[in-house]
Design a protein around this ligand. Structure first.
Ligand SMILES: Cc1ncc(COP(=O)(O)O)c(C=O)c1O
Length: 368
């Protein structure tokens, strides 16, 4: 089966659907917001590749400015693709424990500045053994849990123990601390509230940093923050890097972050209008998702909502006469990007209603 690849210059209206497009003006706007905000700040963006999975897009933010020149990846396989794509400073933000993957991380560290998130001693010892046997040196960044309840040390003392342990091991170098936090569902999301919440969480990571430094171990990197704290993290002294992800493509779960524009959308065609206020489109679960039951949103058509998403189709209902006919196109916004992007082979990059580029999603797939 060959993958549909539209010609450069194809108008939006002639694209075969469903089609995942990236609006270049919106993407560049989002990158410029970061470049402008971080230009004169000691805090810089370390963009997360987990949603984008495409080196060329990450290079665009680095070229636009406001970054520390590197990125995050969620897993080893993503890091490999990014190094191959010319990115040279990578923080892998999930723990890696399998010996073969640790060997892949160590191998990567011979050609790029690789840092791995660590939160327990077994994998740390294994990383050290494998890395030193290979003559490699992998950076260690300690993950601190601040609110997510997933990986990451829960106590300051545990963080200090792991930092000391790293310092005594060959093949690894202690580089710093990291955390990722979510704004509690239903919490106020105005800037002041985000600042109070963001500081509360990020301070937990800074407390571990301070305790490690008090033991005479230097902490080069405090890597924390994300889309909802992108504008508050730089105001918290001690934060070096922000791990923004969602801001680049945007998703409806972050719609309160109105500095950013929706860059990624899925184009669909109406294939049936079985009732005067119902339209069925050619997008299903194969192309989009509804994480936590949150359905995609119709872009820019007032009064038309997504009623359901099925395996191969989407059902829209309007509050009056359906403004869409069979054959009409419409655009959908996703609640979350990572799961959606992972299903596609390429981004079709569009400007002024025409295809300007087609970018393969090189790091897609379930493999770690
Ligand atoms: C470790 C880590 N850092 C940063 C991010 C980016 O967060 P956001 O997409 O909210 O910007 C994520 C997202 O899941 C993450 O897991």
């Amino acid at each position: 089966m060959s993958i549909y690849r539209p010609q450069i210059g194809t108008p939006l209206a002639e694209l075969d659907t469903p089609c995942m497009i990236v609006d270049l003006d919106a993407l560049e706007h989002n990158f410029d917001v970061i470049a402008d905000l971080y230009a004169d700040s000691p805090t810089k963006m370390r963009e997360h590749a987990k949603n984008i999975k495409t080196p060329i897009i990450l290079h665009k933010q680095i070229r636009a400015g406001g970054t520390m020149g590197g990125i995050c990846t969620a897993k080893t396989a993503e890091a490999e693709v990014m190094v191959e794509g010319g990115l040279t400073d990578i923080l892998i933000t999930s723990q890696v424990v399998a010996p073969d993957k640790l060997a892949r991380v160590a191998a990567l560290s011979k050609i790029a500045d690789i840092k791995l998130s660590v939160d327990s001693d077994g994998p740390l010892n294994e990383l050290s053994r494998i890395s030193s046997e290979m003559g490699a040196d992998v950076g260690v960044v300690l993950e601190v849990d601040t609110s997510m309840g997933r990986g990451g040390v829960r106590a300051i003392e545990r963080g200090v123990e792991l930092a000391k342990m790293t310092n005594d091991l060959p093949g690894v170098t202690f580089r710093g601390v990291m955390s990722h936090q979510s704004l509690a569902a239903g919490a106020d999301n105005d800037r002041e509230s985000r600042f109070i919440e963001g500081r509360r969480y990020i301070q937990m990571c800074l407390d571990v940093k301070d305790a490690i430094e008090a033991e005479g171990i230097s902490v080069d990197i405090v890597s924390t923050g994300e889309t909802w704290t992108y504008d508050v993290a730089p105001e918290i002294p001690g934060v070096d890097e922000v791990q923004g992800g969602t801001y680049a493509l945007m998703a409806t779960q972050a719609d309160y972050m109105d500095a950013f524009q929706y860059a990624v959308k899925v184009l669909s065609t109406v294939i049936s209008t079985p009732e005067s206020n119902v339209a069925v489109g050619d997008v299903g679960y194969r192309a989009m998702t509804s994480p936590g039951g949150v359905l995609p949103r119709v872009d820019g058509i007032v009064g038309v909502e997504v009623e359901s998403l099925e395996a191969d189709v989407i059902v829209l209902r309007s509050d009056g006469e359906m403004p869409l006919d069979v054959g009409d196109q419409f655009l959908l916004l996703s609640a979350q990007q990572d799961i959606m992007v992972n299903r596609w082979d390429q981004f079709v990059a569009v400007r002024n209603g025409k295809v300007e580029a087609v970018w393969p999603i090189l790091a897609r797939g379930c493999h770690h």
